[in-house]
Design a protein around this ligand. Structure first.
Ligand code: SAM
Length: 345
């Protein structure tokens, strides 16, 4: 958090307002790209405060657009600000900001989903994983269609300690649709507990900072927006590879309203489903009649550890794909094989 009473050493000179920038460069928001802008600089200051102390920090802002959040970041006196923006129309406005903060801003016209973050910052900033997080921060208000796949990709990077986490436990402050923010932070038993809750919370400490009402954006989206802060954990709560955890968690939540053993069962081919599911639930010490949202992190950790052991014993198990088996089954003429219709939700 910003230190109260401490004046930042750098302030941007007087500039046209964001509204004027939008007019000047004819930056009409493209609805199909879910572009919703923040024009209120008090609000963008509030978002940026959630990132923590940024003085002398190296910051990457994703999707700066007309530059509201960008201005707030620059006013905290960062050492360097890297802007990654996909839409070329915003680049001239961002260049104007760059000129107002000489030597501080680097603009990349590119897609954050493919941008090589492991090369984005100077190597000397790198910290050991166990140390305090490096003085590197990621901040962004992206379209929802980008922020969810991006956080999944970055959580995998946390697990592998690559991408932005090549430098250590880089912190992120990102916006999501309000419901996604609730899923990311939902606790055991919570209504919004889902795959995202487990994937995020087993790798990061996740804080749902505050909600921005849809009316604060121009044009106004149909939903409210959550600002969420992530700090990677020194020790993940589930000590298994990302893809394995993802498979177990995704399966468990496949049938949200059924007993958890129903979803867990789809980790196994139909021919041995009953026996192997029972073995997994017993060895993991998980009550099969719990609903998926009632499973705690330690339940998931046990399930992943036992499933890993079963995969080590049967090398074909991890590649087994429930949907593929379903598809194959549907191609067969009726009543030539299995009698059970597999129900999907
Ligand atoms: N940050 C600005 C604000 O708060 O007013 C703009 C927010 S707007 C919701 C999202 C911005 O992200 C747009 O400028 C859009 O062009 C940009 N964007 C969308 N997809 C992107 C991607 N894959 N990589 C980089 N920027 C992207």
């Amino acid at each position: 958090m910003a230190v109260p009473g401490k004046a930042a050493a750098f302030r941007l000179p007087p500039l046209p307002t964001i509204r004027e920038i939008i007019k000047l460069f004819r930056l009409r928001a493209q609805k199909q790209l879910s572009q919703n802008f923040l024009l209120d600089l008090q609000l963008t200051d509030k978002i940026v405060r959630q990132a923590g102390e940024l003085t002398n920090a190296h910051v990457c802002e994703v999707g700066p657009g007309p530059g509201g959040i960008t201005r707030s970041i620059l006013n905290t006196d960062v050492a360097q600000l890297l802007l990654v923006e996909k839409d070329a129309r915003f680049i001239p406005g961002l260049q104007m900001l760059s000129e107002a903060a000489p030597g501080k801003v680097r603009i990349v016209h590119g897609d954050i989903l493919t941008y090589k973050m492991e090369k984005a910052f100077p190597k000397y900033l790198k910290k050991k994983w166990e140390d305090e997080p490096p003085n590197i921060h990621i901040v962004g208000n992206l379209p929802f269609s980008v922020s969810t796949p991006l956080i999944i990709k970055w959580l995998e990077n946390v697990s592998n300690r690559d991408g932005p986490f090549f430098y250590g436990r880089t912190q992120m402050t990102l916006t999501f649709q309000k419901e996604v923010g609730e899923r990311l932070t939902a606790k055991t038993g919570g209504k919004q507990r889902s795959r995202l809750s487990i994937m995020a919370q087993h790798l990061c400490s996740v804080e749902n900072c505050f909600v921005i009402p849809g009316q604060a954006f121009v044009p106004q989206p149909e939903v409210d927006v959550a600002v969420v802060h992530f700090t990677p954990l020194v020790q993940p709560k589930i000590q298994q590879p990302f893809k394995l955890v993802e498979k177990v968690v995704q399966s468990a939540f496949q049938f949200r309203r059924k007993y958890c053993c129903r979803g867990i069962g789809i980790l196994f081919p139909e021919s041995e489903r009953l026996k192997k599911t029972e073995q997994l639930m017993m060895e993991a010490d998980v009550d099969p009649t719990l609903r998926p949202f009632q499973l705690s992190m330690s339940h998931f950790s046990n399930l992943c550890n036992v499933y890993r052991k079963m995969c080590d014993e049967d090398p074909n198990l991890f590649t087994y794909n429930y949907r593929e088996e379903l598809r194959q089954k549907k191609r067969l003429p009726k009543n030539t094989s299995h009698s059970e219709e597999i129900e999907e939700e």
